[in-house]
Ligand binder design. Structure first.
Ligand code: NAD
Length: 489
């Protein structure tokens, strides 16, 4: 029995089955059973989407008609609002969101971000006057014009699928691009709804296309290699991000990458509420499956034992208050898939082998159902050179690392391949800001400040990616700059 409506492709303005009617089962993280059926796109389906998006960009007024874009993107936003319940169902059944978390990180944050894009859109600069300049004995008047980059392929992950899809689709459409959305095989429904509602809103054929399939790589690789696609906007793992850069090189593709993270939260010795700062670092929300989660907790060596005791107590109090599908107080459910569960468990085994001490969790919990349940887990006695401190686990696993002083904390935070986010807590704002400015990452929260919001640029340093999503910068990622000069005398 399936729970969700069938996920259908959307190509050239039509909701379609895949070529030959092929489908695949969408497996629910809570049960390990099918929760829906999705069309299994073939190479011919992907080709049709590319042709449609190219034609809509080259031969319609989409790229130049700003009023029409704002009107349709606003109309689409209203249709998403009317479908909030369905969006919640998709986040819960496909991505494994817990009922107490589904609003915040999944639906509310995504739709609020959509509103933020619409709010900042009037600030986009479409033309800039550079004035006149004399050269070669005559005068020229110069302007820069900013134009949509063309056909965009948005390749997205399963963890917060609505948020990431909105981050790319809305910005690309507002900028005047046409697009092909390619969601992950685990969350096709959260992509398909963009097609369904774009049809209802009356988007011109070919402006929005949605393709997905059981093969995680086929459609994405086609889009990356195709010369008719101008830009790849990718969110996902660093490994696939590197491959996209390599494969995109042949057509000198513009690539925009939002990749993994291993962000550090630094609690300084003067943090006014040390216990609260440590306890709120527990990695439980959405089972730790967030790219910007702070999965390394850095505390002063002098207060390490205190922090360990706070965490042991915190995890014990959290207890078994997670993993019930219908409990509105629960913010943690399963991890997304069997593959992800095996991966997280292999890191827990590795942590033990590396000599870290488990102070909470560490086991799977088949008693919670047929899905992919892993206990909230925390390791102490961790050094920053251990693999559990260096590699992204993408599960409910926190590591506790000591530091000597502020310089040492900054050194440890920065001794990472990644640089996506981070946090600093201190009773002295100047001190906290000095530390925050030295952290090499795309966002830093100081004393709990919200550094991730739809009107702020978000993205990574180093192996966490390149480019920025959200806010004005997020829309400008989809623009090209053209300089034009005319001779005046
Ligand atoms: P993934 O890299 O395996 O897959 C992401 C997307 O890429 C999916 O749509 C997948 O089908 C597609 N894909 C897979 N192989 C491909 C290939 N060879 N060519 C083109 N496309 C391909 O990642 P995932 O397992 O879906 O998601 C988890 C990862 O995503 C984590 O590492 C996490 O940190 C990262 N993530 C990052 C952010 C961010 O904003 N930085 C947000 C969410 C998730």
């Amino acid at each position: 029995m399936t729970t969700l409506p069938d996920a259908r492709l959307f190509i050239d303005g039509e909701l379609r089955d895949a070529e030959g009617g092929r489908t695949f089962d969408v497996i629910g993280p809570w049960t390990g059973e099918p929760v829906g059926k999705a069309a299994d796109a073939s190479a011919a389906d992907v080709e049709a989407a590319i042709v449609a998006a190219r034609r809509a960009f080259d031969h319609t007024d989409w790229s130049t008609n700003i009023g029409k874009r704002v009107e349709l993107v606003t109309k689409l936003r209203a249709l998403f609002e009317a479908n909030r319940d369905r969006l919640s169902d998709l986040a819960r059944h496909e991505a494994g969101a817990a009922l107490g978390a589904v609003g915040r990180a999944h639906v509310d944050m995504a739709l609020d971000g959509w509103d933020d894009y619409l709010a900042v859109f009037p600030q986009v600069t479409w033309e800039k006057d550079y004035g006149t300049r004399t050269g070669y004995g005559f005068e020229s008047h110069r302007v820069a014009v900013y134009e949509p980059v063309g056909v965009v392929a948005a390749i997205t992950p399963w963890n917060v699928p609505l948020y990431v899809n909105v981050g790319k689709v809305v910005a690309a459409l507002l900028a005047g691009c046409t697009l092909i959305l390619k969601p992950a095989p685990n969350t096709p429904g959260m992509g398909a709804i963009f097609g369904e509602l774009a049809a209802e809103a009356g988007f011109p054929a070919g402006v929005v296309n949605v393709v997905f399939g059981s093969d995680p790589a086929m459609a994405g690789e086609m889009l990356v290699k195709d010369p008719r696609v101008d830009l790849i906007s990718f969110t996902g793992s660093t490994g696939v991000g590197k491959r996209i850069m390599e494969q995109g090189a042949a057509t000198l593709k513009r690539v925009f990458l939002e990749l993994g993270g291993k962000s550090a939260k630094i609690v300084l010795d003067d943090a006014p509420n040390f216990a609260m700062e440590v306890a709120t670092a527990m990695l439980v929300f959405h089972a730790g499956q967030g790219c910007a989660v702070q999965s390394r907790l850095l505390v002063p060596k002098s207060r390490y034992e205190e922090a360990r005791a706070i965490l042991a107590h915190g995890y014990a109090s959290f207890g078994d208050n997670w993993g019930e599908f219908d409990n509105p107080k629960h913010i943690m459910g399963p991890v997304v898939s069997k593959r992800q569960m095996d991966r997280v468990m292999s890191y827990i085994e590795l942590g033990i082998e590396e000599g870290a001490t488990l102070i909470a969790g560490g086991k799977t919990r088949p008693d919670k159902g047929g899905g992919y349940f892993i206990e909230p887990t925390c390791f102490a006695d961790v050094t920053n050179d251990m693999r559990i401190a260096r590699e992204e686990i993408f599960g409910p696993v926190l590591v506790l690392i000591p530091f000597e002083d502020d310089d040492d904390a900054v050194r440890i935070a920065n001794e990472s391949d990644y640089g996506l986010s981070g946090g600093v807590a201190s009773g002295n704002l100047d001190r906290a800001m000095r530390v925050a400015r030295r952290i090499r990452s795309g966002s830093v929260s100081v004393n709990g400040g919200m550094c991730i919001a739809g009107d702020l640029p978000f993205g990574g340093y180093k192996a966490s990616g390149m480019g920025r999503e959200w806010g004005l910068e997020g829309i400008e990622e989809f623009l090209e700059t053209k300089a034009i000069a005319w001779r005046v005398a």
